[in-house]
Design a protein around this ligand. Sequence first.
Ligand SMILES: C[S@@+](CC[C@H](N)C(=O)[O-])C[C@H]1O[C@@H](n2cnc3c(N)ncnc32)[C@H](O)[C@@H]1O
Ligand SMILES: O=S(=O)(c1ccc2c(c1)CN[C@@H](CF)C2)N1CCSCC1
Length: 273
Amino acid sequence: MAEKRAEDGVAAMAACYQRFDPAAYLQYNYTPPRADFQRQDSIVPWKLARLHRAFTEGDVSGELLIDIGSGPTLYQVLSGCEVFNQVLLTDFLEVNRQELRRWLKDEGGCKLDWTPYLQYVCKLEGRRPSAWTEKAANLRKVVKDILPIDVHCPQPMAPGAIPPAGADCLVSCFCLESVSPDLLSFTRALGHIGKLLRAGGHLLLIGALGESYYLGGPGVKIPVVPLNEAQVCASLKESGYTLIRLEVYTLPQDMRVGVDDVTGVFFVKAKKD
Ligand SMILES: C[S@@+](CC[C@H](N)C(=O)[O-])C[C@H]1O[C@@H](n2cnc3c(N)ncnc32)[C@H](O)[C@@H]1O
Ligand SMILES: O=S(=O)(c1ccc2c(c1)CN[C@@H](CF)C2)N1CCSCC1
């Protein structure tokens, strides 16, 4: 009975995502006030700085980085693309994979200008902001493909999509809790993506705390499983990861702009047992 309920919940979630609007999603979350590089307490510097530190502090290395549930966004691999020579982006929806391909082909028509994000990460790397064009070129070089994924499948990606040894590192931002109807399926999804990662590989996970819904487009209310720090830690342990670091950002009141009810953001660095 519980299994049937879980399957129904996952199917209902997939139906919600058929109405996901990449342009609106980018507008809601990746433009000011949420994406304000001038504000010291903005979430953007907080997140980009944690990703930069996690990728560059010396314990993360290898060939292949996979971003799980990329959506239409690229910020999550702007530091990792300097560490790995192969990056795979993934998403459940073709509309998101198309938006990513549009940016990678550099043919114009993208729904968001990622330049401020590229410039900020260059600054974190001690490079001049004008090096953003070199970073963009490097990202376009190391991204080898943009593939379908379903984290609710025990085998989330197509057979043969990745080398048998698995990826050296996974990054995933605002995906698992936003596609899982409950904590059980969130934890199971963590285990499923863990199968894409080699033993000893790293997982960098960013997600929402206390969020029960978000707008995936005008009038497109998508349910989210509300998480707290203890649940995130317990799910990681249950899914075969050892926690290295967990940090939490509490959203300032004026960043609660009605597109969701998120109260905080967690950043996790963990290692697969
Ligand atoms: C809230 S968005 C996160 C996008 C991006 N990673 C970010 O940081 O903003 C959640 C993403 O999960 C994708 N998704 C939906 N169902 C999924 C599934 N079953 N498996 C993997 N990804 C899924 C959606 O298409 C969407 O792009
Ligand atoms: O933390 S954010 O404000 C953000 C970014 C994305 C999301 C949320 C929050 C909360 N709802 C999620 C639903 F899945 C999506 N942020 C937006 C600016 S760039 C860094 C991330």
